[in-house]
Each structure stands twice: as structure tokens, then as C-alpha cells.
Design a binder for this molecule. Structure first.
Ligand code: COA
Length: 399
């Protein structure tokens, strides 16, 4: 029955010149929220590949139906090499080539016909050809359709559940803690610190230097207790005893979001809070930005802290610093960070619970059925082995 219904559907690679408008139209029809419920729409700013085009290798596929060749589904994927934790006997990191599957959509009127599955399978074929050992996807833990499709039909397993922390950008500036210095790090220094502190984490990209040198990267910043900077010699290769570090990625130039369908009362409250906050910034009213018009976000990534309880204060100040950068950039409505559920930085990053996904769900699949080189050398299958670190590196290109 299902096979007959999928007949007439062809999956092929996206063609920038031919398909752009049809894909945009199709994706806007997928975003219609439930009647009367608020929803978030995404503006891809004229380029449906905007969320993948910064990765070393990527593709986008469309499903077309019938003689009219109507585009009824779309999927994206990108491939990169990342750490998958450390070797059990040594502290050396193990790398894996992974495919990240994202932006899967099927037009509401064509759902439950097997098109979603067909798109995933075609994308997996491409991933295998590109040499990816694993494929993973991320979804909201309440997205039953997506979770069922991947786990029940495509043999993915529930793998990790990091947390997405969202902080609105207020009209007032946030204070930096007293006795704290914040410095911008040069690219090479940022890279060498990241390679040192994240080497045993999961999903740390081998091409971190490429990410850090992109125009979208607004900088890497370190917070230290005042007076420490003079005593620290970065050339020694040692890290300061107490510090926090993060980088800021300008996702605002990649896509825009917009909240639709809120009640008139909620809208008025949000606008009112913003006006009051702008007039009286010293009151530090936790105002809501204008999310009812297209707004951008800054992604915080590479968050790490060391040095006991003081480090948490440093991280909070660093986040306040990033907030102030965002509030100086018109149209930036929120700061977003994704961190491992047990990562200690999770408690230090300010966020609004109502806007945060406390459980994002990542599902993963091993693509090759044969043992890969690592396994023949005694390295266990990533999916079935216990994580060697609570830290998951969030690649800002994937947001
Ligand atoms: C998720 C989505 C892509 C599925 O597309 P689809 O073409 O309907 O999927 P398929 O027809 O291939 O479904 C395959 C299986 O997925 C599961 N599934 C799909 N939709 C489901 C639903 N609404 N509820 C529960 N399970 C569902 C079922 O197990 C289904 O098999 P079955 O029909 O034999 O029961 C589609 O619902 C969609 O576009 N959703 C909005 C965007 C989204 O959430 N994307 C995923 C982001 S990772």
C-alpha cells in the first residue's frame, strides 16, 4: 500500500537556480502552527542551504512528486570529522567522520506516505559515499513523528540529550562582575586552548581553526580574575588556574526567526516591558525583545570553565559580556547555547527556562555495517559504548 503511494516521488539533489523559490514556498507551508497556538517561523534569507553551507562537505535533496514535479519534501546533511571521546587506555582522542542530518520537512498533505523515510535513506547513501561512519540528527524530545521515523523505521538509536539554553537580549546592559577581566583571544591562542580543553569531549570538530576564522565568528573571549592576566604566559602552554572561555557566532547573518500567533495581551506585555526597560535601564527589567518581527540570534559555543566555584562567576560574566555585544547589534533577540546535560557549565549559563529546550534529543546510527578501522584496533562502537566525557562540543554551524 505504502509503496504504491510513494510511487511518483523522486528524490534528487537540490538545484540552486531552479528550486530555491519552490523550496522556500514549501518550507513556509510546513511551518503553519496549530490554530491559536504561538509558533516560530524561520526565514532562511533567500538561501535554503544557509544552515549547511559553512560545513566542509554538504548536500541538500528534494523530493518531487508527479508530472508537475511539485517539491513535497526536503532534507539537508553535512559531514565533518569530530572527536568521539578518548581512548580508554590513553588520553588520546578518537576521531570519527560523522554526518549531521537536519532540515527534514515533508508537506503536511503528503505526510505518512513514506517520503520522509525515502529522503533519509537517499541522504544516507550520499553520506556513505562521502565516507561518513556515523549519521546523527537532533530533534525536540517531544517530536514524536521525527523520533519514530528515525528510530522505528531507519534504525537510529537515542544517543545523547543535550540542553539548549536560550537567553533573551534585554534593552539594558548586564553588569560584569567586579574583579573580573575579559580579554579577546587571538585566533591561534583560542584554537590551541580549545584543542587542549576539548580534546576528550564528544563532537569537537577537527577543523576548529576553520570555524574560528570564519567571518561569522565574532571572537573568542576569556574571563579571568583581575591580576591573573599579568601572571599568565600563554606561550608556556599552561592554562591560567581559574578562567572561563567562550566564542560568539553570528547566526543572525545565517537565518532569522519570528514568533507568530501570540495573543494581543501577551504581545502588549512584551512590548510594554521593552519600552520600560529602554526608558529605565537602571531598573534592569528582564524585558522581552521584539520577537514578533524577524530577529537574529548569537550562538555561544566552546563554553568551558576551570578553577572551582570562582569559575562559575567568570562564566556568568562572560555570558553577560556576550549579552551586551548582542544588545549593541540591532535585531539580535536572543543568545543560544547548547551544552551536555551533565556539563558543569550548564548551571553557570543564564537562560530562561520557558524558552529553553531542557532535553534536545540526538539520535545516531552507524552507517557502515562492516567493522571500521578503529574497531579492529579494539575501539568500541561509539553508539553502544558509554560516553567518556560529559562534555559535548556544540558546532555553531549546525544551529
Ligand atoms: C517528521 C516528518 C519529516 C515525517 O515525514 P513523513 O513523510 O510523514 O514520514 P514517513 O511517511 O516516511 O513516516 C515514516 C514513519 O515515521 C513515523 N511517523 C511519521 N509521522 C508520524 C506521526 N505524525 N506520529 C507518529 N509517528 C509518525 C511512523 O513510524 C511512520 O511509519 P508508518 O507511517 O508506517 O507508521 C514530517 O512529519 C514533517 O515534516 N514534520 C515537520 C518537520 C519536522 O519535525 N522535521 C523533523 C526534524 S528532525
Amino acid at each position: 500500500m505504502k509503496m504504491e503511494e510513494v510511487q511518483g516521488v523522486r528524490v534528487r539533489e537540490y538545484n540552486k537556480e531552479k528550486d530555491r523559490e519552490a523550496v522556500e514556498e514549501m518550507e513556509s507551508r510546513c511551518e503553519l502552527g496549530l490554530q491559536g497556538k504561538p509558533s516560530i517561523s524561520t526565514d532562511l534569507m533567500g538561501d535554503p542551504t544557509c544552515r549547511i553551507r559553512h560545513s566542509p562537505s554538504y548536500t541538500m535533496m528534494v523530493a518531487e512528486y508527479g508530472e508537475e514535479k511539485e517539491i513535497v519534501g526536503v532534507i539537508r546533511g553535512c559531514i565533518k570529522t569530530v572527536t568521539r571521546g578518548k581512548k580508554t587506555m590513553t588520553s588520546c582522542p578518537i576521531y570519527a567522520k560523522v554526518a549531521y542530518i537536519l532540515g527534514l520537512r515533508v508537506l503536511p498533505t503528503y505526510r505518512r506516505l513514506g517520503i520522509g523515510r525515502m529522503l533519509v535513506e537517499k541522504l544516507e547513501e550520499w553520506c556513505k559515499k562521502e565516507g561518513a561512519q556515523y549519521a546523527y540528527m537532533a530533534t525536540d524530545c517531544t517530536n514524536e513523528a521525527s523520533i519514530n521515523l528515525f528510530t522505528l523505521k531507519c534504525a537510529y538509536v537515542k544517543f545523547r540529550s543535550p540542553t539548549v539554553l536560550v537567553q533573551p537580549v534585554h534593552a539594558h546592559s548586564k553588569p560584569i562582575g567586579p574583579g573580573i577581566t575579559i580579554v579577546r583571544l587571538a585566533l591561534q591562542l583560542a584554537e590551541s586552548i580549545y584543542r587542549q580543553v576539548f580534546t576528550n569531549s564528544e563532537f569537537f570538530p577537527e577543523d576548529i581553526n576553520v570555524i574560528l576564522s570564519k567571518k561569522l565568528n565574532l571572537g573568542t573571549f576569556m574571563a579571568l580574575p583581575k591580576g591573573t592576566l599579568q601572571k599568565w604566559d600563554p606561550k608556556s602552554g599552561n592554562l591560567p588556574p581559574c578562567f572561563a572561555i567562550l566564542s560568539v557566532w553570528n547566526s543572525k547573518e545565517v537565518f532569522k526567526l519570528q514568533v507568530k500567533g501570540v495573543s494581543a495581551l501577551k504581545y502588549a506585555l512584551c512590548v510594554g516591558s521593552r519600552i520600560l526597560d529602554a526608558w529605565m535601564p537602571w531598573l534592569r527589567i528582564p524585558s522581552i525583545p521584539d520577537v514578533f518581527r524577524p530577529f537574529g540570534v548569537y550562538s555561544l559555543y566552546g563554553l568551558h570553565m576551570e578553577g572551582g566555584k570562582g569559575a562559575s562567576r567568570l562564566m556568568k560574566s562572560l555570558c553577560a559580556f556576550a549579552h551586551n555585544m548582542a544588545s549593541d547589534d540591532p535585531g539580535c533577540g536572543a543568545l543560544v547555547a547548547e551544552v551536555g546535560r551533565m556539563d558543569p557549565v550548564r548551571e553557570a549559563v543564564p537562560h530562561w527556562r520557558r524558552f529553553s529546550w531542557i532535553e534536545d534529543l540526538w539520535c545516531m546510527k552507524k552507517l557502515s555495517t562492516v567493522e571500521d578501522e578503529d574497531e579492529t584496533c579494539g575501539v568500541p562502537n561509539w553508539i553502544t559504548s558509554r560516553p567518556s566525557s560529559s562534555v559535548i562540543f556544540f558546532d555553531p554551524r549546525d544551529f
